[in-house]
Design a protein around this ligand. Structure first.
Ligand SMILES: [Zn+2]
Length: 392
């Protein structure tokens, strides 16, 4: 169909299709979330994923909002916001994004907090994801150089965006670099890597955007080192239960709350446990805001799996300003992840993804994680108070 003749319904149908296709691909949605948008042919409106519904669950009835593009751009371009106190500013940004909504959806459903990043790109279709293969590069010290070499033959050069705090400042930074790119190349970038964050792709065609996402992810994946553990792990009978008990007791000691604890030991974890640099790879800040939000930071490396030793290690990390750990790699046993029934699977997936990305980053110059200031910003302005505890 000629895009000029697309009706609002066609635009929404396209958004639902690209969201369901990307959201159903486990390679693309690792790391939680991501968001999608489609602009109308006249550029006046943008349909975007709403917060609180996953990509694959979007439908005509839920999971999206329609925004006025000019109102969204006005937020990023409002210099007066820069002078505000951070809490006041971020509250205003959320309020103004809600105010930019122009549809018949329930008023309290928020559009993606990354709506302004979508609005900054002129293309009709924008897909933003945090896949683990991308994390391997955007969290590596040499990630930018490796990506620029890997995609050196692209007709439109890739764009790299240095890390900035989520929300308004990230929007400002992206506006600046997209503007510079536009001035240099006379078009908007179609492949954008955000340091310590993820990937943006943009296109004027719905099928092309899906192909582009797959192309970037496959190309990135093809260049990654592989990790083959040399042996299986077979903990002694009762050992997994014992460690689970010790971790539960340590968490109770630190938080006063009970947690559901899950055990896993996939090849990635077994490969980590065989590395002599395993403790160092985990001894950094979170890789990205998602790791702060869903897993309270990286897994703790545990060699002595008693409740007292684990509690001490947790308190030592908390003493440096971090939240209490929710993931634990217990040497020669495996990964233990804590949470509620609702959150534990996400915490586990986040921890496994982070460990994979950390091992890859070691091959690309070392792990490039959030600084304590950057992490602190996420804790204060983004993360829920406690993503993990079992209610009651
Ligand atoms: Zn994001």
């Amino acid at each position: 169909m000629n895009e000029k003749t697309m009706t609002m319904d066609n635009v929404l149908a396209d958004l639902i299709r690209i969201s369901q296709v990307t959201g159903s691909d486990p390679d693309l949605v690792q790391g939680g979330g991501g968001n999608t948008s489609v602009k109308t042919a006249d550029g006046v409106y943008m349909y975007i994923k709403a917060s609180g519904t996953s990509l694959k669950d979007m439908s005509a009835q839920k999971g999206w909002r329609r925004l006025r593009v000019d109102k969204v751009l006005a937020v990023v371009r409002d210099d007066s916001l820069e002078a505000l106190d951070v809490a006041e500013r971020e509250a205003q940004v959320v309020g103004r994004l809600l105010g930019a909504c122009d549809d018949d959806r329930p008023g309290g459903v928020r559009p993606s907090i990354e709506a302004h990043l979508h609005a900054l790109l002129g293309q009709t279709y924008v897909v933003h994801l945090h896949p683990r293969v991308i994390s391997a590069y955007v969290n590596a010290r040499d990630g930018r150089a490796v990506l620029e070499k890997l995609f050196a033959d692209e007709h439109d050069p890739i764009l790299w965006v240095d890390y900035e705090d989520p929300g308004f400042l990230c929007g400002r930074k992206m506006a600046q670099v997209v503007e510079h790119y536009h001035a240099t190349h006379h078009r908007d970038p179609s492949i954008i890597f955000l340091e310590k964050h993820g990937l943006f792709t943009a296109s004027d065609n719905a099928d092309d955007i899906l192909r582009l996402v797959r192309y970037v992810v496959d190309r990135c994946e093809g260049h990654l080192p592989t990790f083959e553990p040399s042996r299986e792990i077979s903990p002694c009978p009762g050992e997994i239960d014992q460690v689970t008990e010790a971790i539960a007791a340590a968490l109770r000691g630190v938080t006063g709350q009970s947690y559901l604890i899950c055990y896993s030991c996939p090849a990635t974890i077994r490969a980590l446990m065989e590395r002599s640099d395993a403790p160092d790879l985990l001894d950094t800040g979170s890789l990205a805001p998602q790791e702060v939000t869903y897993a309270n930071g990286p897994a703790l490396w545990i060699e002595e799996a008693t409740a007292a030793a684990i509690e001490n290690k947790m308190r030592a990390r908390m003493g440096k300003g971090y939240k209490h750990a929710l993931a634990f790699v217990v040497k020669d046993v495996g990964l233990f992840t804590a949470g509620s029934e609702r959150t534990v699977a996400t915490a586990q997936a986040t921890a496994e993804m982070s460990i994979f990305a950390r091992m890859c980053a070691a091959a690309f110059g070392g792990v490039n994680s959030l600084t304590t200031e950057q992490e602190d910003f996420v804790i204060r302005f983004e993360a829920p108070a406690d993503p993990g505890a079992v209610k009651g």
